[in-house]
Write a protein that binds this ligand. Sequence first.
Ligand SMILES: Cc1cc2nc3c(=O)[nH]c(=O)nc-3n(C[C@H](O)[C@H](O)[C@H](O)COP(=O)(O)O)c2cc1C
Ligand code: SF4
Ligand code: SF4
Length: 252
Amino acid sequence: MIFYFSGTGNSLWAAEKLSISLNEELISISDAIKDNNYEYTLADDEMIGFVFPIYAWDAPKFVIDFIDKLKLKNCNANYTFAVSTCEANVGLTIKNLSKTLEYKCLKLNSGFSLLMPSNYNILYITKSENSIDSILDMAEQKLEEISTIIKKREDKIEVVLGQFAFLKTKLVNPLFIKYGLNTKKFFANEACVSCGLCERICPTNNIKLEGKPIWGSNCTQCLGCINRCPKQAIQYGKNSKDKPRYYNPRCK
Ligand SMILES: Cc1cc2nc3c(=O)[nH]c(=O)nc-3n(C[C@H](O)[C@H](O)[C@H](O)COP(=O)(O)O)c2cc1C
Ligand code: SF4
Ligand code: SF4
């Protein structure tokens, strides 16, 4: 059973590949939350996986809140793994997740960071298509290695912590949670054709279409809305103007 969360397709693509190679069922965390579905029964000795993006050097709060509420039946020393997709490094994410899982009586056996193209185009320029392609080629190779480790049920942590990991996860992440999740800067410009895609894909039901989209206050900053709008009508203040949008091009 693999639980995944993804705003712009990277983690979905990785989770799908693992689901196929490990022959494990894929469960969308955002659908589960929307359906208020937190109870799952595991087959004997079934694996449990979590695949998600990194936001400010930790797992999205959205994912941690889901894990806090998760109830797994027939859970008996099952093998558990986590893959965190990132553009550079993940800080203490896997260590934190391991502690969160301990409270659920789960041991995190293996944890990986997986380098992927950046979706954080609010601040940075997304890489050119060529480099996106080569990053995804490398990720594909890494996913095969990860899958081999998981199939053998090895205990292994392979993560790029990055510099000042402690400060980033323990200091910067709480600031991001406190100040970085606000939606005041989101707006849709005159290019919006009211197609409703942004409303449909928002994992937290935070967008209501009233002609144009209106943002509420329950945002996890997945950046799905701004990246996936087919008309590139969504902006984030002045930061996102003329910046390329990103959705994993290999994601079905
Ligand atoms: C709000 C936000 C914060 C991010 N913070 C980090 C970070 O701390 N470290 C990093 O390497 N990548 C960071 N990223 C990049 C994403 O983790 C990365 O592109 C990820 O693969 C996106 O996954 P998705 O397409 O499944 O949503 C951040 C992205 C967003 C939107
Ligand atoms: S996805 Fe874009 S075009 Fe469609 S309703 Fe949202 S802002 Fe408008
Ligand atoms: S409002 Fe946009 S950025 Fe925020 S959670 Fe919804 S889709 Fe993601």
